[in-house]
Design a protein around this ligand. Structure first.
Ligand SMILES: C[S@@+](CC[C@H](N)C(=O)[O-])C[C@H]1O[C@@H](n2cnc3c(N)ncnc32)[C@H](O)[C@@H]1O
Length: 291
């Protein structure tokens, strides 16, 4: 089964170019919901570091030898893990050539692969797996709910096969909340123009797919934090309107402002939320002795 978004579909969104994203993301180029441990605030950079920290701690990475980042973007987590958390070796997967090129230029020793997780063959076991903001691309809108769950189950089975028993997966993804998708996609603007070939899961899809391979240790629902992140991104982009328009043209600039505004409205109206899940690989099934 093809399953999720193709490389062409991913590149349509992400290969608009690093110069454009650099105008409005934080300096580390993190492109996913930030984390405010207390009150929501305006310091995007600190909140993105707090997010990297949250997942690294959740996945218990400190001093480990090998970590996998599925959907590594421009490599912020890879740098953070090796430089600030003492991880020996980080492998990053992305489907965007621009992102892979950026990581290669900025982290010459990085193990960056332009590769779908479905094709990833681990050189050895990983101590932890982290995946932030990629799960949203793993299933296509035309798949039935059963088919989507099969795709998600496949992802969790792959993660479990890469991890040692009790190894952790820290996962962050957007999901539908107060929305009934049996009547169709939430908006053709998203499925056709922003994130083609991608659809969102429900929490029940994630848990049903993960349960055979993983225990659920923790779950946070942080939709308000994504609304705040989107608000900050939109403000930063609009503050750089002139440079953005010079780089990508007026139509693309306006498209991005609209996408950030409509996305925020979806979180504020609870159509979607943002989940952060900590999962622990189950060991080999043990059959209890009965007397
Ligand atoms: C929204 S970005 C998040 C990047 C990064 N984790 C961050 O937080 O900045 C989504 C990432 O998922 C990657 N991705 C999507 N589908 C993928 C797949 N099937 N296999 C590997 N990477 C994938 C994209 O290439 C992109 O790097």
């Amino acid at each position: 089964m093809t399953g999720g978004a193709s490389r062409e579909a991913i590149e349509r969104h992400y290969d608009v170019g690093r110069d454009f994203y650099q105008l409005w993301l934080d300096p580390r180029m993190v492109y996913s919901c930030a984390y405010w441990p207390g009150e929501l605030g305006a310091d995007l950079e600190a909140a993105q570091v707090a997010k990297l920290d949250w997942h690294a701690t959740a996945a218990r990475v400190d001093g480990t030898a090998r970590v996998l980042d599925v959907g590594c973007g421009w490599g912020a987590m890879m740098t953070y893990l090796t430089c600030e958390r003492g991880v020996g070796h980080v492998t990053g997967l992305t489907l965007s050539a621009d992102q892979a090129g950026y990581v290669g230029e900025h982290q010459p020793d990085a193990d960056i692969r332009l590769e779908d997780w479905r094709d990833h063959r681990a050189d050895g076991p990983y101590d932890a797996v982290i995946s932030i903001g990629a799960f949203e691309h793993f299933a296509r809108p035309e798949l039935s709910i059963a088919q989507r769950r099969d795709v998600y189950r496949g992802f969790f089975e792959h993660c479990a096969s890469w991890l040692a028993p009790a190894g952790r997966l820290s996962l962050q993804t957007i999901a539908y909340e107060d929305f009934d998708q049996t009547n169709g996609a939430v908006s053709s603007f998203f499925t056709d123009e922003v994130f083609p070939e991608s659809t969102l899961p429900y929490i029940s899809d994630i848990v049903t797919a993960a349960e055979p391979s993983f225990r659920v240790l923790a779950l946070r629902s942080d939709g308000d934090q994504y609304a705040q992140t989107l608000k900050l991104w939109q403000g930063r982009l609009q503050a750089r309107q002139r440079e953005a328009t010079e780089l990508v043209g007026r139509a693309t600039y306006r498209h991005y402002v609209r996408y950030l505004r409509v996305s925020r409205a979806m979180f504020e109206r609870r159509v979607c939320t943002l989940y952060r899940l900590v999962l622990e690989r189950r060991g080999a099934a043990r059959v209890p002795e009965l007397h």
